[in-house]
Design a protein around this ligand. Sequence first.
Ligand code: PEP
Ligand code: MN
Length: 354
Amino acid sequence: MELDLLPLGLPSDNERPFVIAGPCSAETEEQVMTTAHLLAKKGCHMFRAGIWKPRTKPGGFEGNGEMALPWMAQVKKETGMLTATEVATPEHVELALKYGIDILWVGARTSANPFAVQALADALKGVDVPVLVKNPVNPDLELWIGALLRINGAGVKRLGAIHRGFSSFDKKIYRNLPMWQIPIELRRRIPNLPMVNDPSHIGGRRDLIAPLCQQAMDLGMDGLIVESHCDPDNAWSDATQQVTPDVLDFILDRIIIRDQMQTTENISALRKQIDEIDDALIDLLSKRMRISREIGQYKKEHGMTILQTSRYSEILDKRGAQGSLLGIDPECIKNIFEHIHEESVNQQIEVMNR
Ligand code: PEP
Ligand code: MN
């Protein structure tokens, strides 16, 4: 995948990931300045705050708009921190730049809409500002890449991606499911694209911030964007997921950054074993398919149907239980066997219709 990229050039402490911290929304001048000063005292270099807030339902606080932009300029002047905000329309881009916002991000609802992203890209032509593109709300990697291509196509080279999780009807513990395989695949396809993790919108809960930050670092992400508020319980938006600057500092202090080069050397012997096991797995699967085809031949000669439901349920239950005894999630085993069974059925269909 070809993107024309330059380093983001964002400040961070030595080898550590960079962190953009600040409230979900810029609520009042006092809340913005108090939070910013507390964060700056903890050594933060970049301040986030939402000026225009996309809300799921009408009636919530939708941001102060232009009125809040001078507060951001004041943050920069008084603390030296760079400022970042979300832009969703060309008008937002124009205003954010007019007030000297340093970093722009495209929100998850916007990156899901190619018309909106293209309008943003057109507004960004000829502007040299770092832009971070959040994943779309739906788990669609192509759409995320499409948004990155549109913004890059406008000449924005200081470009990065923010992983903020994917919305789903079935939330379980997360507000937005992390589906780590999607950012991992993005990294595989565009290795030089900086990746930022947003544990606040993935977790939706304060107690999930620390473990999500650690997971993101373990996957080699380059930075974090975390919601932090001087008085989280009374935040006007996303109260349950915001942490005080003190708590954020406590969390960041405890993140373990693992050395990638070191691990590569240490685990190469283990990886070799994994490769051998994968070879054996594929070999076994091909043997299993050969037997399936023989069964298909037998069923054909005896006028039997391909799908024998009771046998299928028996396999799923038996193997699921076996997996759980060996410390593997029975659901995972069932999923694997569903795929294997599907391929067996396809192979038998081919034998029967030959
Ligand atoms: C936010 O960062 O406050 C925000 C609205 O995020 P998202 O676009 O990920 O929902
Ligand atoms: Mn938020």
